[in-house]
Design a protein around this ligand. Structure first.
Ligand SMILES: *Cc1c(COP(=O)(O)O)cnc(C)c1O
Length: 430
């Protein structure tokens, strides 16, 4: 198959994320990827600024993760998890519970981030059902959130700026309060919690759980909010008898400079979702961690069991990849490297502030964001990036970097300087 044949078939028959079947955005064909580099079929090599959507933290073609998967492949690639168990799953659960907030004691493995959110929401409903509080069926959340593309996950995504506006008539109407206004590093003011406090107090009999992304609102906004907001939210949930679900799918495993973003606020959720980087970005996989109280209450309820069990639950290949990935995450240098990346991003992206059309520049951990005043032309800007040897995929008004943690200083500087120079060029042409 020639490159042109491949691209043509792709264009004619294959859907890509959030694209039209009639007028798809241009897709680039990849030959291979290694470390922080993606090699295109046409021979060009790109420095990766996306970690394939938060996931590939230890780089592509990582020798340790490759070896772990190969070794597991020789034993078994999959067995059902109903009535069977295996070492890769048990070791992974042990590793997760060791690094997660200490109140979390039970692990549910599932297929993807969105499914983890569905599972967490079902846990919250079964919890209150068990306690004889069946009226608690709603979820509260903050605006500008993103929790995935499946049905109930969509219902807690931002209803207006979110990507799911079109479905709102068919979705369960959940309870939204404003997005935190005070940024990470800003001066805290308790009034930022007023609406949340008010809403949760008033509607505590309806609300099963508050679900939010801790500290970083990712795909919905790329915003970083003040840890006191999260601390306060935890307190309000306790006071009102509402469970707290932290969606750490994007933030987990070091991306923000802490292993989990809730550590910035020193709080522990009742239920926590992890995904994306859990396998080092090798396979689709996720986990939901629950407190002892949640697990016991569900198990003492009417059903006596937690009502979920996917076919590929605890897939051994994914567990093996995750075990190798977590070994790297807990090594000495790993979180330190995230902080070095933060420093470099802060220094390199600062000059973007001066560019016309730039609204804000912000950096937290290994996430660098340039927010524009107007939406960018994705196809055009992406062509400019690829032409200059980097892989950056903006959405809406947001042009951002979240490189693999293994990226070299040199590649990171190039990535940042290309981002800045392309924005400069675009601002001249408008
Ligand atoms: C990506 C993401 C999800 C959905 O995960 P998928 O694996 O794409 O289903 C959910 N929540 C957050 C915060 C995410 O960033």
């Amino acid at each position: 198959m020639t490159l042109n044949e491949l691209l043509e078939f792709d264009r004619e028959h294959i859907w890509h994320p959030y694209t039209s079947a009639l007028k798809p955005l241009k897709a680039y064909a990849v030959e291979s990827a290694n470390g922080a580099r993606i090699k295109l079929l046409d021979g060009r090599e790109l420095i990766d600024g996306m970690s394939s959507w938060w996931a590939v933290v230890h780089g592509y073609n990582n020798p340790e993760i490759n070896a772990a998967i190969s070794a597991q492949l020789k034993k078994m690639s999959h067995v059902m998890f109903g009535g069977l168990t295996h070492e890769p799953a048990v070791i992974l659960a042990e590793k997760l519970l060791k690094i997660a907030p200490q109140n979390l004691k039970h692990v549910f493995f599932c297929d993807s981030g969105s499914v983890a959110v569905e599972v967490a929401m079902k846990m919250a409903l079964q919890y209150w059902n068990s306690k004889g509080r069946a009226s608690k069926t709603k979820f509260a959340t903050i605006r500008l959130g993103y929790h995935g593309d499946t049905w109930n996950a969509m219902s807690v995504c931002d209803p207006i700026t979110g990507m799911h506006k079109i479905f709102s008539g068919a979705l369960t109407a959940q309870i939204f309060t404003h997005s935190p206004k005070i940024p990470f590093g800003g001066v805290w003011d308790d009034s930022d919690l007023a609406e949340l406090r008010d809403t949760l107090r008033k509607r505590r009999d309806e609300i099963a759980a508050l679900i939010l992304e801790p500290i970083v609102q990712g795909a919905g906004a790329m915003r970083f909010y003040h840890p006191e907001f999260l601390k306060g939210a935890r307190k309000i949930c306790d006071e009102c008898g509402i469970l707290l679900i932290c969606d750490e799918i994007a933030t987990g495993f070091g991306r923000t400079g802490k292993m989990f973003a809730c550590e910035h606020a020193g709080i522990a959720p009742d239920i926590m979702c992890v995904g994306k980087a859990i396998t080092g970005g090798y396979l689709s996989f996720a986990a939901v961690l629950a407190s002892r109280d949640v697990a016991i209450s569900i198990s003492e309820g009417e059903a006596g069991v937690f009502m979920h069990g996917p076919t590929f639950m605890a897939n051994p290949l994914a567990c093996a990849a995750a075990n190798a990935s977590l070994d790297i995450c807990v090594r000495d240098g790993y979180l330190k490297r995230v902080l070095q990346i933060e420093k470099i991003l802060k220094a390199e992206l600062e000059s973007a502030r001066e560019i016309g059309g730039v609204e804000d520049v912000r950096v937290l951990g290994a996430i660098g964001v340039v927010e524009m005043r107007e939406s960018v032309d994705v196809e055009k800007i992406q062509e400019m990036f690829v032409g200059r040897g980097v892989w950056i995929r903006p959405f809406g008004r947001l042009v951002y970097l979240m490189p693999p943690i293994v990226i070299s200083d040199e590649d990171l500087r190039k990535l940042s300087s290309v981002l800045v120079s392309v924005l400069k060029e675009i601002s001249k042409n408008v």
